[in-house]
Design a protein around this ligand. Structure first.
Ligand SMILES: Nc1ncnc2c1ncn2[C@@H]1O[C@H](COP(=O)(O)OP(=O)(O)OP(=O)(O)O)[C@@H](O)[C@H]1O
Ligand SMILES: [Mg+2]
Length: 249
């Protein structure tokens, strides 16, 4: 589903992604973990072409783009191949919950309003927010707002979803409801997912594979049990030690 080769991203003199090679199979859920500032968000942003890579090739669902050779049309097409969910929800504050979901369907996918409303209501039912369809984002909890943002992404029916720390702006007691919606989508819709997260237990439980990124490179890539219980590199061991210390603080 996703095939990345030699992906580099430089901001001025700063090399943020240093030759990433990555293959993600259809329906696979990959959790991306690593210290702050190591390029996790930049990786997702390049996959969605919110950032133009400096070098390398990105292929998603049969569309391949090579850095420096992309046309505007190809970039637009690539952005439609995945949806991104951000830590701060990015909802339209002046639209209610239902409109937040139907707007993208009408504008991006040109779905007639009536059908968009039907589909949006079905999604709201799935994520347990049908009773909030007329509410405005500012009247919802953070967890509910993030579920609306996820619902909006679901409405676009892309085969790939990219989550950038979907729960890090949430009160700890609201994290669970968002994580369970993500888990539900991965199980019921077979969506291919890349999830940047600092929730190690969630990463362990949901992912088929953990990518450990540091200094713009993939340092480790392995099954969750392998990564968490017998990490191969010293850097991964140190990272995990930091997390287990944090948990008991
Ligand atoms: N638009 C930009 N312009 C210049 N530098 C940038 C830009 N975006 C990111 N960077 C730099 O790239 C590096 C990686 O940033 P990125 O946001 O990808 O890290 P991250 O792994 O997501 O970190 P965190 O866990 O804190 O979110 C950082 O040094 C950051 O300052
Ligand atoms: Mg980030």
């Amino acid at each position: 589903m996703i095939h990345v080769q030699g992906l580099r991203k430089e901001f001025g003199p700063n090399t943020v992604l240093d030759g990433i090679n990555l293959d993600v199979a259809p329906g696979e859920v990959v959790a991306v973990v690593g210290p702050s500032g190591t390029g996790k968000s930049t990786l997702l942003r390049c996959l969605n072409y919110l950032e133009a890579p400096t070098a390398g090739t990105i292929e998603i669902d049969g569309l391949a783009l090579t850095a420096g050779q992309e046309t505007r049309k190809q970039i637009y097409a690539m952005r439609q191949k995945s949806t991104m969910i951000f830590q701060n929800f990015c909802l339209f504050q002046n639209k209610n919950v239902l409109e937040n979901i139907t707007l993208a369907m009408e504008v991006v996918q040109h779905i007639p309003k009536e059908r968009a409303v039907d589909q949006a209501r079905e999604i709201l039912r799935q994520i347990g927010l049908l009773d909030k369809q007329d509410s405005y984002p500012s009247t919802l909890s953070g967890g509910q707002q993030q579920r609306v943002a996820i619902g909006r992404a679901m409405a676009l029916h892309t085969k790939v979803m990219l989550f950038d720390e979907p729960t890090s702006a949430l009160d700890p007691c609201l994290v669970g409801e968002v994580l369970s919606v993500i888990q539900q989508i991965s199980q019921e819709h077979n969506t291919t997912m890349l999830i940047v997260t600092h929730e190690m237990q969630f990463a362990h439980d949901i992912a088929n594979r953990i990518l450990f990124l540091e200094g713009g490179s993939i340092v480790e890539s392995g099954a969750p049990d392998e990564f968490f219980y017998s990490p191969k590199t010293e850097r991964a061991k140190q990272f995990l030690q930091y997390y287990s210390m944090k948990r008991y603080q």
